[in-house]
Design a protein around this ligand. Structure first.
Ligand code: OGA
Ligand code: NI
Length: 345
């Protein structure tokens, strides 16, 4: 199934292996976004406060009544299944390369251990010519043998981008900033990308992970998951791994490293991972909402003061992003670039 076969490249060190039983967290906040559609100013402020609390305490939350049409999600999920059901040579026809990192691949490593998954990456709303970042060209490779695939994924990307901007606004409000304070970073040349994930059934779910522990490097992630479950979040209060229970018609939101830096550590990007299982394959679709590659990421000046000085030195997002993308290709002996490298002493 999925063309993966178990070997030592997938084996996690003992301390990182999933335990046979896992807490299903009741604690991860579920937030109803309908005040955005029909609420007054006070209701939206209350909602922003809820988003702020969740971002502070968990770095993760689930949103319902978010305005993304269920049909758009269903069509994207169907397109995703159709793609991964293709025979290997047709997936290979849209494989990514080091210089053109969008497309299919099945050999990503997280922290130098191979992930039990196959993925298809693409950029939504691709401008023409495609944005180039140094030597990298972010052009989409569309499979030509699945009718409606491109339309379904593009429709999904547009709908989820709208949601991502609403969440950005709630986060800005929750930090006491102008609602559109963060929008400028995403206006031109966003480096946002969408990933279709397929986690095939795994003969050794006690040894391997679908995605090894990591934090998302970008600003915000908006994740669709199917009803199988497997996403684990590291709980801040006690460091335990807890599973995010699938909620129908919801998205899982997590703040990434960039929001951690912008907020000067008021919000923290949480560590997470994906467990796999013997019987069931699992599908998910993260939308990685990322700013323009020219963005210098640093604590927002409104959130820095004499009493609360900046905790990070500025770094260039485009450089950070392309370094990460390259290192995911192969097993390295060194840790890849992390925001902690920019932390001031
Ligand atoms: C990721 C990720 C979670 C999932 O791709 O960065 O954390 O449930 N995915 O697939
Ligand atoms: Ni992630």
């Amino acid at each position: 199934m999925g063309g993966l076969s178990m070997d030592e490249a997938f084996v996690q060190a003992p301390e990182h292996r999933p335990k046979p039983s896992i807490t299903e967290a009741d604690g991860i906040p579920v937030i109803d976004l309908s005040p955005l559609l029909d609420g007054g100013e006070a209701a939206v402020d209350a909602l922003a406060a809820e988003v702020g609390r969740a971002s502070r305490e968990w770095g993760f939350f689930v949103v319902t009544r978010h305005g993304v049409p269920p049909g758009a999600v269903a069509r994207a999920a169907e397109a995703q299944r159709a793609f991964f059901a293709l025979p290997p040579e047709r997936k290979a026809a849209v494989a990514r390369s080091e210089a053109a990192p969008m497309g299919y691949y099945a050999s990503e490593h997280t922290k130098n251990v191979r992930d039990w998954k196959e993925v298809f990456d693409l950029v939504p709303n691709q401008p023409s010519p495609p944005p180039a970042d140094g030597d990298l060209v972010f052009d989409n490779k569309w499979p030509d043998d699945i009718p409606g695939f491109r339309e379904a994924i593009e429709e999904y990307g547009e709908a989820v981008e709208e949601l991502a901007f609403k969440l950005l606004e709630l986060i800005a409000r929750s930090l006491g900033l102008r609602p559109d304070r963060l929008h400028g970073f995403f206006k031109d040349d966003q480096t946002t990308f969408i990933r279709l994930n397929h986690y095939p059934p795994c003969p050794s779910p006690d040894l391997a992970l679908g995605v090894g522990r990591h934090k998302d490097a970008g600003a915000l992630t908006v994740l669709y998951q199917d009803d199988v479950g497997g996403l684990d979040v590291r709980r801040r209060s006690d460091g335990e791994w807890v599973r995010v229970r699938p909620v129908p018609h919801s998205f899982i939101i997590n703040v990434g490293d960039i929001i951690q830096v912008w907020s000067n550590d008021r919000y923290e990007s949480a560590e997470h991972r994906v467990a796999v299982n013997v019987e069931k394959e699992r599908f998910s679709i993260p939308f990685f909402f990322n700013p323009a590659s020219s963005t210098m990421v640093e604590p927002l000046e409104e959130l820095v003061s004499e009493g609360s000085p900046a905790r990070y030195n500025p770094y260039n997002w485009g450089d950070f992003f392309s370094t990460r993308k390259n290192s995911n290709f192969k097993k390295l002996d060194v840790e890849n670039v992390q925001i902690t490298h920019f932390r001031k002493n």
